[in-house]
Design a protein. Structure first.
Length: 132
């Protein structure tokens, strides 16, 4: 197997953008209030501390790395192809695994749309940045 070149700067940028998208998506400006209502979370229950941000960063870096790895293996060199790979990952792995919570866990479909919408946007952005 040939050596694959990974752009670590693109991975870092993609991971940071993943976290920013999540922060804005679940903020009071967008879907935060509806997400909290559907999840049964009270404003007083919401505690954000540094360890949550650290773990979110680790998760973001792992996802960005694997998107970069597979895009390098596939020879992706354009933003649109990178976004396509991100979309395929989202559809094949994220949306399909998250729908199980609706089917088996009785999660409200609106909550599923909020969660998967955030991930779709994140995967499109990460795929595009890494593919560029």
């Amino acid at each position: 197997m040939e050596e694959i070149q990974i752009d670590w700067f693109a991975i870092l940028i993609a991971a940071v953008l993943y976290m920013i998208i999540g922060m804005v998506w679940y903020s009071k400006l967008l879907f935060g209030p509806l997400w909290m209502k559907l999840s049964g979370i009270k404003d007083s229950d919401r505690v954000e501390n540094k360890i949550h941000i650290v773990w979110s960063g680790v998760v973001a870096l792992v996802m960005a790395y694997f998107i970069a790895y597979f895009q390098a293996y596939l020879g992706v060199t354009t933003v649109s192809d990178g976004m396509y790979v991100g979309f395929c990952f989202w559809l094949g792995f994220v949306a399909t695994t998250q729908i199980s919570a609706v089917i088996w866990g009785k999660m409200p479909f609106q909550l599923f749309l909020i969660h998967t919408g955030s991930k779709l946007l994140s995967f499109l952005v990460m795929g595009g940045i890494i593919g560029a």
